[in-house]
Design a protein around this ligand. Structure first.
Ligand code: NAD
Length: 372
């Protein structure tokens, strides 16, 4: 199989590309515009493989997409290219509307045009896999708001231990940020291209990822790198927001399982069974750093750097995924617990200072800017 991966130079996309090249006999065409979030240095382990090709293309550029489809003749698409940072979507939503909505529409049309011309059996086997987020469902009642936990609409499951509601594949969409609204729009477009035109689509909605090669604007790498530099560790509000954390390599395995074994027209939620408050995440990082980077620790340990800042507008209180469908139907389970995955992540940042130094000082962008 030849898989066209969009956004393959990003955090999750590069884990997907590496997973496919290193663990299967499939080929990958990585199609990426190389925005600030795209970094070809995430792909050093695969970029000399004869089964790997790169195309620097914007998913909003229909002519270039048509050229790539015609030249590479993919069997499947895994669509990860997106603007992905919630805070940036609040400061400047335009790029989110453009890439996440218009770009997905443009890709769907280019894929439909290509797919309609395929001969059987390749036509029936073709897949368009759209990678989305659990943020499309809005937020869930928080355990601190006892009165709230019953007031949940249809389409939720209940956690067997806490009885708190969880997102399922049938939870109604209620996005809270420009980012999640743009992803919700793109999910609707993908479903409609299936229903109206018969394009063989599958959607996955995933919880928060973490792991190696995560861009330092996101919570976990931001905290690790600030701590190593002795800078404040900013926590929004009281730090009680709950996220359901998934190790990125577990996500990459799940996505490959879905594209190879998932049912056309279905949606699968992917989560790590790891609900954590943001403050717990930051404290856990500090504890690991106290152990692994004691020589750089401030007096009193890394937790002394924690600093509370004004909360993000519209900040969702809690996300949590019921991932039983992908477990029951496709046999996928996460391999990492939060404790093992977080320790691996901190170790990776400690061992790969050159990668993040080049990200922090902008050197990784030389390729994008045509200077390398
Ligand atoms: P990322 O920001 O790290 O990477 C996005 C990639 O897309 C970058 O390489 C960027 O250059 C590329 N890109 C952006 N605009 C493009 C365009 N117009 N044309 C072509 N390429 C473009 O994002 P990520 O964290 O790897 O997320 C990947 C996907 O997974 C996104 O669709 C995101 O919504 C979804 N997702 C992410 C998470 C998470 O926790 N990170 C969770 C659930 C779902």
């Amino acid at each position: 199989m030849k898989v066209l991966v969009t956004g393959g130079a990003g955090f999750i996309g590069s884990a997907v590309v590496c997973h496919i090249i290193n663990n299967t006999t499939d080929s990958v065409v990585n199609l990426d515009k190389l925005t600030y979030a795209g970094n070809l240095e995430n792909l050093t382990s695969v970029r000399n493989s004869p089964r790997y090709a790169f195309e620097q293309v914007d998913i909003c550029n229909r002519a270039e997409l048509d050229r790539v489809f015609s030249q590479h003749q993919p069997d499947a698409i895994m669509h990860l290219a997106a603007e992905s940072h919630v805070d940036r979507s609040i400061d400047g939503p335009a790029a989110f509307i453009e890439t996440n909505i218009v770009g997905t529409y443009t890709l769907l049309e280019a894929a439909r045009n290509y797919w309609q011309q395929l001969e059987e059996p390749r036509k029936a086997a073709f897949r368009f896999h759209h990678i989305s987020t659990d943020e499309v469902y809005g937020d869930l009642p928080h355990p601190d708001d006892v009165a709230n936990t019953e007031s949940v609409g249809a389409g939720h499951a209940r956690d067997i231990d806490t009885e708190l509601p969880l997102f399922t594949e049938t939870t109604a969409y209620a996005p809270s940020s420009p980012y999640s609204a743009s992803k919700a729009s793109s999910d609707h477009l993908v479903r409609v291209w299936r229903r109206t035109y018969g394009l063989p689509t599958i959607i996955t909605n995933c919880s928060n990822n973490y792991g190696p090669y995560h861009f330092p604007e996101k919570l976990i790498p931001h905290v690790i790198l600030n701590a190593l530099h002795g800078k404040p560790l900013p926590i929004y509000g009281r730090g009680d927001q709950i996220r359901d954390w998934l190790y990125v390599e577990d996500h990459a395995r799940a996505l490959y399982r879905v594209i190879t074994e998932g049912e056309v027209g279905e949606t699968y939620n992917i989560g790590g069974h790891n609900e954590k408050r943001n403050i717990e995440v930051v404290q856990a990082i500090c504890t690991i750093l106290d152990d692994l980077a004691a020589d750089r620790a401030p007096d009193g340990g890394y937790e002394t750097l924690i600093s509370y800042v004004k909360d993000r507008p519209g900040h969702d209180r809690r996300y949590a995924i019921d991932a039983s469908k992908i477990g029951d139907e496709l046999g996928w389970q996460p391999e990492e617990t939060f404790e093992t995955g977080l320790r691996k992540t901190v170790e990776w940042y400690l061992n790969n200072e050159q990668w993040w130094q080049r990200v922090l000082n902008g050197d990784y962008q030389l390729v994008r800017l045509g200077k390398k």
